[in-house]
Design a binder for this molecule. Structure first.
Ligand code: UD1
Ligand code: UDP
Length: 366
């Protein structure tokens, strides 16, 4: 059986690594399963793509669709055309998509329309309810045509049930991003900037921002960063900048002695910094999950989340996007009043094994 694994953007690479490993292990154990890795090319900079393949030991993609950047429709179109061409040359038996990026949606549509290829969605069923986010549209469209849902939470299961998905299509397996986190934790690596900026454990803040709602308006971005650096009581704020944000940041010139703007970090260096931080400030989805598992206080600059368990169970809190919400949150952090949090069910490092065992059963491979 040939399984296509689709990956296009940074968080996808972290989610596919353990699935590939589990497929390889099943193959070695005699299960008739092989994978074909398709990189859509949505992210292409070494620091957004290649470095993750190297650090996480992901094999070279069999195909790169080289879609590159563009508007939502341009990107979707390029990915669909590229993937359809590949499927027409050689179809697969199952298309596995992960997460909620444009590549996820585009490849699931192409697979479904070429001979009704079965689609499995890893991280299916999550919803923010915010239709202004392209990711929410990607989730809804992908889930509308998915055959098998591999889910991260009971909330996701319920979202799917409410939308009419049959119980036997839902596989509650946990979180592959957390498989990678546990596996790589012993290899987390102190970046050179640790000594350069005199960082100490619990003595700095790490921040990432890349959502259009926070970064595409330069005045908004400037206000958010200014609030953060002025309320962090002089602690260094380390800001690895996503390329979308970098383009805007260079036009606004925010400077502060405690603000350190740097390139995107490798996975091992970034998570070393998260694990040892006083707190994380972010608008990322994946980072809220990692902070939850590492029990690090996490402030999310968004009005909604598709990962409510990071707030109800974990260390994450939604501050919204109003810069005024930052000061009171910092006060609680410095007063030692941040919640402790726990780890959501099945986020135990064994999710990819459950996915591949389920695929093996569904397709009668053993
Ligand atoms: C995408 C995902 C988002 C995810 C994020 C992870 C969608 C709709 N959005 O957002 O859900 O959280 O990835 O990081 O799929 N760019 C580069 N080099 C690269 C990649 C991007 O310079 O390697 C720049 C380009 O100017 C591009 C911009 O970043 O136009 C945005 O990239 P894009 O892939 O469209 O969306 P992201 O903001 O990265
Ligand atoms: N990440 C990284 N280096 C960075 C920033 C993030 O390795 O400089 C990792 C992070 O640990 C997580 C993933 O990238 O595993 C999250 O990706 P991103 O925030 O781009 O996307 P989202 O999860 O919001 O879709």
């Amino acid at each position: 059986m040939l399984v296509d694994i689709i990956a296009g953007a940074r968080p996808n690479f972290i989610k596919i690594a353990p699935i590939i490993e589990a497929i390889n292990a099943a193959g070695k154990a005699g299960v008739n399963i092989q994978f074909r890795l398709v990189h859509t090319g949505q992210h292409y900079d070494k620091k957004m793509s290649g470095d993750f393949f190297e650090q996480l030991g992901i094999p070279e993609p069999h195909h790169n669709l080289e879609a590159g950047s563009g508007t939502q429709a341009e990107q979707t179109g390029k990915i669909m055309i590229g993937y359809e061409r590949l499927l027409l040359e050689k179809p697969c038996d199952l298309c596995v998509v992960v997460g909620d990026v444009t590549s996820t949606m585009a490849c699931s549509i192409a697979a479904k329309k070429v001979n009704n290829i079965k689609v499995a969605h890893v991280e299916g069923g999550i919803r923010s309810g915010d239709w202004t986010m392209p990711e929410e549209i990607n989730r809804i469209v992908t889930d509308a045509i998915t055959d098998y849902f591999f889910t991260t939470s009971e909330v996701a299961n319920n979202n799917l049930r409410k939308s009419g998905v049959k119980e036997e299509q839902i596989y509650f397996v946990g979180n592959t991003m957390i498989d990678t986190l546990y596996k790589q934790m012993p290899r987390f690596s102190q970046p050179a900037l640790w000594s350069e900026y005199g960082l100490t454990s619990g003595g700095y803040i790490i921040m990432t921002l890349h959502r259009p709602a926070n970064v595409d308006d330069k005045d908004k971005l400037k206000e958010l960063i200014t609030e953060i650096v002025t309320n962090s009581r002089g602690l260094p704020v380390i800001f690895p900048v996503h390329p979308r944000t970098a383009k805007i940041l260079q036009t606004i010139g925010v400077n502060a002695d405690n603000l350190h703007v740097i390139d995107p970090l490798g996975y091992l260096e970034f998570n070393y910094l998260v694990k040892n931080a006083k707190a994380v400030i972010t608008d990322s989805g994946g980072i809220t999950e990692e902070a939850t598992v590492m029990a690090v206080p996490c402030m999310t600059l968004r009005d909604s989340t598709e990962r409510p368990e990071t707030c109800t169970v974990g260390t994450n809190e939604l501050l919204g996007t109003d810069p005024k919400s930052i000061q009171p949150a910092f006060e609680r952090l410095f007063a030692g009043q941040w919640k402790e949090g726990a780890i959501p069910a099945l986020w135990d490092g064994k999710t990819a094994d459950r996915i591949v065992s389920s695929i093996t059963r569904i397709f009668g491979l053993n």
